[in-house]
Ligand binder design. Structure first.
Ligand code: BES
Ligand code: MN
Ligand code: ZN
Length: 535
């Protein structure tokens, strides 16, 4: 239980071998046809017969090739469509890539993120390592130039992402994409695009921090290693950090968390990150709570072996909270944010907790452990209590909490539940801006019967009915009157295919939404003076 020194040494080695993103993005004010580049990216809405704007200008300089390809039915402008045209010296760029934007009435920043990702991946497959692009949508598309720049940067970084840490020959076989230049003739608009690109890079890198943690195998991404990543983020972004160890957590009465942690030899960690964006108003706060189960075997209620390897990603909630703090530390919204990540393994060790055990959480409430595989709600119970004790009045927890959520909503959207309609809606709205989707499930009182216990205040498993809701209802017992939202990312934390800016493996969901929510709450609290006092 005490391996601090060797842990730290190993951490350094791992950080060095971890893959760093090499893509550089810049913005230039120049004439499109006059830039030397292996590929110039223009775009086309679906159904357009005669391209206008930048695409029209390039078409003209190429003697109408694009118009011809549209006439011949080879370019349709469908979303994600990529057509590469060699320019044979007619203009400075050696190739022109026409990227389809899909139908105009469905066009938004999310389309730009996806198209940007598809374009750079397409070029990388062709062995091309740099490109010049117009800012999709910032012209005819009607997008704000800054938003377009941000979406292009996010899409490119996230779409090029690969987790190659343990591939011995990684990098030899495929080209690394090195440079993306966004071109805009108007200098004021170029400046706005540049600001967007910078923000997009920050945001994408933070999502990649989370992706890397989730993709790391559990023998490497232990609770101690999660704490190391959090320390690195804290030192780079000027956040306060505190790591709480088993002994102190026991002393504080975190019996629910410690019940899970007693089955493993890996020391558990309560990772606490603090960003003080509004120190004069402690009540202007947000708590981000993450489930950090670095491997979930199920414990004594052991999971079946098929697919168990996916449980290395059971710390995705915690990883996303660390990622969000990386953004918040950079963008500095006027709000205080406390992040609490409960990190441990769920192992069936000799001292593991048994089905039937009763544990007591920090707020004094008792839980009968029916199923040791329902461990996420146990560790979150104490993390929520801790945040409440710290005076947090708005809580968002993020967890790969239930298999039932994957059955219910699949991978298209994250399940959201809560006790406060405003905070639920604010989270959903933040997600609309980031392209991360949420769908609310009900928390009717009728469901509370599912977790009633004969021997304790509640039981940790509600059986087969409404599994995601009964899990959330247990969490609700530990928020002590605070506004609270629960995000069950069991489905959305990983992707099983390459699609848009997602690649196979970890998605980084909901890093970008959490940071957006913090920014939105900060903006909303600005005009009015807060009346509520911190606890
Ligand atoms: N980590 C799992 C949930 C999960 C399953 C996440 C699949 C991602 C993919 C969680 O700890 C768990 O095991 N939940 C149980 C709860 C049950 C025993 C009440 C489940 O969903 O089966
Ligand atoms: Mn489990
Ligand atoms: Zn779990």
């Amino acid at each position: 239980m005490t391996t601090t020194k060797p842990e730290a040494a190993k951490a350094k080695k791992s950080t060095k071998s971890a893959k760093t993103e090499v893509l550089a993005i810049d913005v230039q004010s120049a004439d499109l046809t006059d830039i030397e580049t292996p590929a110039l990216v223009v775009n086309l809405f679906r159904g357009v017969k005669k391209p206008g704007g930048a695409t029209g200008a390039v078409d003209k300089a190429l003697g109408g090739i694009i118009t011809q390809l549209i006439e011949d039915g080879e370019i349709r402008g469908s979303a994600g469509e990529t057509t590469l045209i060699h320019t044979l010296g007619k203009i400075k760029p050696s190739r022109v890539l026409v990227a389809g934007l899909g139908p105009r009435d469905k066009f938004d920043v999310q389309v730009v993120r996806r198209v940007s990702a598809e374009v750079v991946r397409f070029l990388r497959r062709k062995g091309i390592s740099s490109t010049v692009t117009i800012a999709h949508g910032a012209g005819i598309g009607g997008l704000d130039p800054q938003e377009s720049g941000q979406a292009i940067a996010e899409g490119a970084h996230l779409g090029l992402y690969k987790f190659g840490t343990y591939l011995t020959n990684n990098g030899d076989a495929t080209t690394e994409f090195e440079r993306l230049t966004v071109v805009e003739l108007d200098t004021a608009r170029a400046k706005a695009i540049d600001a967007g690109v910078k923000l997009g890079c920050t945001v994408a890198q933070a999502a990649i921090t989370a992706r890397n943690m989730v993709n790391e195998p559990a023998n490497h991404m232990t609770p101690s290693r999660m704490a190391d990543v959090a320390r690195k983020v804290a030192s780079e972004r000027g956040l306060n950090i505190e790591i709480m160890e088993n002994a102190q957590m026991k002393k504080m009465g975190m019996g629910a968390f410690m019940g899970v942690a007693q089955g493993t030899n890996e020391p558990a960690k309560l990772i606490i990150l603090r960003y003080d964006g509004d120190p004069g108003h402690p009540e202007n706060n947000l708590g981000l709570i993450g489930k950090g189960i670095t491997f979930d075997t199920g414990g004594i209620s052991l999971k079946p072996p098929g697919g168990m390897e996916a449980m290395k990603g059971d710390m995705a909630g915690g990883a996303s909270v660390i990622g969000a703090m990386e953004i918040i530390g950079q963008t500095k919204p006027k709000i205080n944010v406390l992040a609490v990540i409960a990190a441990t393994e769920n192992m069936p060790g000799a001292s593991a907790q048994r089905p039937g055990d009763v544990v007591r959480a920090m707020n004094g409430k008792t839980i009968e452990v029916i199923n040791t595989d329902a461990e996420g709600r146990l560790v979150l119970a104490d993390a929520l209590c801790y945040a409440r004790e710290q005076g947090i009045t708005r809580l968002v927890d993020v967890a790969t909490l239930t298999g039932a959520m994957v059955t219910t909503l699949g991978k298209a959207c994250t399940g959201i539940m809560g006790n406060d309609d405003t905070l639920v809606q604010q989270t959903i709205d933040a997600g609309k801006k980031t392209g991360e989707k949420f769908w609310e499930l009900p928390m009717f009182d009728e469901y509370k019967d599912l977790i009633r216990s004969d021997v304790a205040d509640m039981k940790n498993s509600g059986g087969r009915q409404a599994g995601s809701i009964s899990a959330a209802l247990l969490l609700a017992e530990f928020v002590d009157g605070a506004a609270w939202v629960h995000l069950d990312i069991a489905g959305t934390s990983t992707s099983d295919k390459v699609s848009g800016y997602l690649v196979k493996g970890a998605t980084g969901v909901p890093v970008r939404t959490l940071a957006q929510l913090a920014a939105d709450l900060a903006a909303a609290s600005k005009p009015k003076k807060s009346k509520t006092k911190a606890k």
